[in-house]
Write a protein that binds this ligand. Structure first.
Ligand code: COA
Length: 312
């Protein structure tokens, strides 16, 4: 699915649980070292829920976005949560967030999306498409995960990578120049490469290669669809999986590493939450200037991949 839609970013937010899993903690669980993890992934700590649920994280991130933007939450027309770790199959995490925000009295469209680590990009695309239809004016999009619940803490190939957290984004109808170009894709017969059944299983090397190709392809397609050049993009905010994946893309595209916003050192891979958490931290450090361009790029199980090029 490829298109260009009119969208305005209203506000961003995030929430991560307090407890941490450090590399030293992991050294006590599996045969690994801080040095191996840092040199192979760039990750130093991840956050871990203790009693909190995915819906709790989603709600807190949403509240953070609403409060920072001083947004009247009564104006929200739809809530979309991207997650692969919902607390239960039904009701949706989005419906739970609606109730927690005290919005049961409003006719709001609420649903969840499962596109793994590309989930937030998919959710943003669906939210943007809703905005371009008659009823919807303001949409709350959340990526929220409690991945520590689906980790096998005896598998050193996976348990060092993932953490918990949530990020949120409020969007509304934009002016003519405030467009977003989307590119999303999927290859549905790759479950042996990356899947979550009881726990998350992954063939690391294969995912690593797929990730570099997926990011490169997404960057190229987004630029093509948007009619932009890479030097016109202010920052690329990729899914935060592994520092070396981003280094690989930077090398391929001949880009300096600081073209990418990275915070995976502190959070590890938080799947659908990683891009909105990074977006919130980017926005906190750099005001969104009109005329600038932000590129979000995701990849993950499905396999799925894709991105959004946001013209501010
Ligand atoms: N500590 C120490 N050694 C480890 C280890 C760990 N945590 N995990 C794997 N190893 C070992 C392997 O067993 C292997 O040992 P062997 O050669 O004796 O068999 C060796 O390190 C190299 O393994 P390899 O898988 O080739 O390492 P790598 O450099 O590819 O790094 C990943 C492994 C998982 C970090 C890397 O492949 C990766 O990040 N892949 C993408 C994962 C991802 O992003 N998934 C989510 C996508 S949304």
């Amino acid at each position: 699915m490829e298109n260009k839609l009119t969208v305005k970013l209203i506000g961003t937010g995030k929430y991560v649980p307090k407890a941490l899993i450090t590399n030293a903690d992991l050294e006590k669980m599996v045969d690994t070292t801080d040095e191996w993890i840092v040199t192979h992934t760039g990750i130093k700590t991840r956050h871990k829920v203790e009693g909190e649920t995915t819906a709790d994280l989603a709600y807190q991130a949403a509240l953070n976005a609403i409060q920072k933007a001083k947004f009247d939450l009564e104006l929200i027309d739809a809530i979309i949560v991207a997650t692969i770790t919902p607390d239960f199959a039904s009701p949706s995490m989005a419906a739970v967030v609606q109730a927690r925000l005290g919005l049961n009295h409003r006719d709001i469209t609420c649903f969840d999306i499962n596109a793994a680590c590309t989930g937030f990009v998919y959710a943003l695309q669906v939210g943007a498409a809703l905005l371009n239809s008659p009823k919807y004016r303001h949409i709350l999009i959340i990526g929220a995960e409690t991945l520590t619940k689906i980790m096998d803490y005896t598998d050193r190939n996976t348990c060092i990578l993932f953490g918990d957290g949530a990020g949120a984004l409020l969007i509304g109808r934009g002016q003519a120049h405030q467009t977003v170009s989307f590119y999303t894709a999927s290859e549905g017969d790759m479950e042996d490469v990356l899947s979550v059944k009881e726990v998350l299983r992954m063939q690391g090397r294969r995912v690593f290669k797929f990730a570099i190709n997926a990011i490169e392809k997404s960057i190229n397609r987004l630029l093509e669809l948007d009619g932009s050049r890479l030097d016109m993009v202010t920052k690329i905010i990729p899914h935060q999986a592994n520092y070396r994946i981003i280094e690989g893309v930077a090398e391929l595209k001949k880009l300096p590493l600081n073209k990418f916003f990275l915070n995976l050192e502190h959070y590890g891979n938080t799947s659908a939450a990683s891009i909105p958490i990074a977006l919130d931290e980017y926005v906190e450090s750099s005001p969104l200037l009109p005329g600038s361009k932000l590129m979000l790029v995701g990849f993950g199980a499905g396999l799925t991949w894709g991105g959004a090029l946001i013209n501010l």
